[in-house]
Design a protein around this ligand. Sequence first.
Ligand code: SF4
Ligand code: SF4
Length: 371
Amino acid sequence: MDIKNVSYEVTQNCNFRCKYCYVLKYAKKGSVETGKAVIDWLLRSEISGRDTRTVRINFFGGEPLLAMDVITGMVDYAKLLNCDSLKKVRFSMTSNLSLLTPEIMTYFKDNNINLLASIDGDKETHDKHRVLPDGGSTWGLVYPAAQLLVKNQTATTARMTVSLDTASKMFDNVRFLVEDMGFTNVAPTPDTDNAVWSPEYIEILSNEYFKLEQWIVDRIHKNTPNAICIRYFSKTIGLLLKDKKMSRPCGAGRGYWGISYDGGIYPCHRFASYPEWRLGDVFIGDIDYSKVQGMIDRDNRKSEKCKSCNIHYCGGGCYASNYVRNKDITVIGHDACELRRLLERTGQNIINKCWSTDCFRNLFLNKGGKV
Ligand code: SF4
Ligand code: SF4
């Protein structure tokens, strides 16, 4: 099993109390010692593979900036190892940005650590769910930090959670994050853990996807740089053009794993809140693969529910969301399928409307003219 990517939960603690968040807010924090053990474990050839040249660790939380000592300790350790190890360690971080200062930004830049921002849109939308422990606004902390980020990092992703009560502003929020704030990629992600998307809400989102589709089509026709600034769309388009259906939703339990603050090994970061999914720890190093056999063997294209489905970008739905809602990693809610259908429709419509433009075709064709 070549495990090349992990998220390490440097702390469970957070200075926000986002209403949809799944992380248990204990003051439990990782340590430099555990962080070093994560690196040592990941570099082992029986874990990351003999031929792997780069392993990646994403700092995760809670809010990782509350554990800067763990982050700097791990980065220093990796620098020492990078000098004489064949495998290199690279880092990234997922953050609510609120504690980002110019000094910390410089540190991340100097160490080539990319930040992924959790931000839901404009002030009104962001403050609906991403709140302080007393319920107060977080926008005043996040907005200047997001500006600092886009000024200092070339490729920036805003992970935007879409809730039932913010669905009708999804398009406005994506456009705000790209055009007003300068993010190069937005990942608008409907919350399928806490919300069931009834037909009425699917309809609202359907309209929002139509608006996004038209906006992206206009950007392509105007030759706007980075026209398809929603990676979910480019991924869908790529799969549609190749007529390739995903066999599984992600690399969880295979190439990508989550490590809890104390070194516990889980199929992905989302499972770290569930003790029944602890499959080992980085100090002992062995993993109980039997529990992830379903992820290892997964071929969604053969499953009863999905084999006749024509959706390309899916793979059977996020294992963690399925587990939260249905206590079964393979059972996806009907609404989650409908959300995938909206993505598929959007991708197909963008292809139909843009295939005649060179700049669009060139994004997806290689030099030999093949997809
Ligand atoms: S949309 Fe639903 S039926 Fe289709 S592949 Fe995904 S999970 Fe399966
Ligand atoms: S199981 Fe879900 S949260 Fe975990 S890596 Fe896969 S898609 Fe992401």
